[in-house]
Design a binder for this molecule. Structure first.
Ligand code: MN
Length: 189
């Protein structure tokens, strides 16, 4: 059985970039529902490798709710209060520079796919075959590579504060990216 993980910070910790009410509803209602609906839909409730389940299931309820649980569990971890956001360092910045020229160009390209994802979905920085790759996915689908950074562009992630201005949400979100955690995920991949 899968359970809703606690947020690693209070719901107001990402202010003013991500507002408290959005965090309360996003984590406490949306993510909680994905976890509950995943458990309800799982035929084998003893299987614990969610990624394995998601890569092999043909049950749309498992795929959608399991993806929601998997993606949001990552999403909370790769954010943090702006004061702790830091910068990409070490191997991460080396790979970002060698792959995308420099950090501003990476952010521009990542932001562009996040903005261009029509409807609900995610933008990702993934590791695939030892390379950094940008991907975007619809709904709660997983990227094909191993995600080390992901941005939720469902309207539920930003509409209360940013309404239709997804670009403003994306620009603000960079302030609360937990770069040490992204580095850790790169190193452990
Ligand atoms: Mn979401």
């Amino acid at each position: 059985m899968f359970t809703l993980p606690d947020l690693p910070y209070p719901t107001n910790a990402l202010e003013p970039f991500i507002d408290t009410q959005t965090m309360e509803i996003h984590h406490g209602k949306h993510h909680a529902a994905y976890a509950k609906n995943l458990n309800d839909a799982l035929p084998d409730k003893t299987e614990v490798d969610l990624e394995q389940i998601l890569r092999t299931t043909d049950n749309p309820k498992v795929r959608n709710n399991g993806g929601g649980h998997y993606n949001h569990s990552l999403f909370w971890q790769i954010m943090c209060p702006a004061t702790k956001s830091g910068q990409p360092e070490g191997k991460l910045i080396e790979l970002l520079n060698s792959t995308f020229s420099d950090l501003p160009t990476f952010k521009e390209k990542f932001g562009s796919i996040a903005l261009g994802r029509f409807g609900s979905g995610w933008a990702w920085l993934t590791v695939k075959g030892g390379q950094l790759t940008l991907e975007d996915t619809p709904n709660q689908d997983l990227p094909s590579g191993t995600p080390i950074l992901g941005l939720d562009v469902w309207e539920h992630a930003y509409y209360l504060k940013y309404q239709n201005r997804r670009a403003d949400y994306i620009a603000a979100w960079w302030n609360v990216v937990n770069w040490p955690e992204v580095s850790r995920r790169l190193a452990s991949n």
